[in-house]
Design a protein around this ligand. Sequence first.
Ligand code: GDD
Length: 317
Amino acid sequence: MRIFITGATGFAGFHLTDALLAQGHQVFGLVHADTSHQPLPDHPLFRPIPGNLLDLAELEAAVAGVQPEVIYHLAGQASPGRSWDNPALTLAINAGGTANLLEAARSAGRPRVVVVTSAEIYGAVRPEELPLTEESEPRPHHPYGVSKWAASQLVRLYWQRYQLPAVEARPFNHIGPRQAPGFVVPDFAGQLAAIKLGRRPPTMSVGNLSAERDFTDVRDVACAYQALAERGRPGETYIICSGRAVSIQHILDALIELSGLDVTITRDPERMRPSETPRLLGSYTKIERDTGWRPEISLRQSLADALADWVQRMSGL
Ligand code: GDD
């Protein structure tokens, strides 16, 4: 199958591309020279396509040149915290970029499209609203959440107005090997790996440990995106999650235990957020019902693999 993907060098994009190439698909990855820092897949079935989500004409030419059967749209500004540094750019990339992508798909034979948004759309949810479903009310409380809510609405509109068979994938937090620093598991695992290798004293800096999140392994998330491309209903939203909320304290304790280290913890005010989502928990009932997908990899396994990945990456430096 001919597949077009944006964000192939990102965290989930890396794992999805890896899986697609292993299955023998031909994968064309949109590459933006200024923001793609990760190495591109070195595989005979992978072709980089230069382009920019913010340039409609360039994007349309890129998609038309490939004539894909499926498009996965994963590229974007992925950090809720950093979205406060430049709100307009976050909106331009995540909302405007998605509009351009859907336009490009529409003028290239209307392939199936999977648009990735985020559970951060929901904002500060009340305890009685949990677990969140696709019907729960979105109340985004940072520019990142607003940008993803706009992308979500565009998927529905493009199906209603143009019959573009697009599906929204709304993942909760995902973790596992190769996640970039700036998110909680790599921030903790990176510090533990540095301590293990004797490169920093046995002290860890942490942020808010009382927040709770619903974590899914990134490789399970990549499987979910494929399930949605194949069996998701057009115009629909699908939550991707584990159905279980754990505290950041639990994540910290589990990583420390897996590392076998004895460490001191210090609270770093710099790691606290101006607006924090206290608890996120979702239900994967809908995606399971429509596609058969369910999470397979345990939290402990994801954390062990993330930590091993950091130790390996740092050992090679
Ligand atoms: N990054 C980070 N670093 N977070 C920390 C730290 C730390 O040292 N210490 C505590 N935390 C807390 C944060 O305050 C937050 O409550 C929680 O750990 C998770 O933070 P992140 O891993 O940065 O993820 P996020 O929940 O803000 O956003 C992620 O998940 C969303 C989906 O639910 C991102 O992947 C988003 O792109 C995604 O939309």
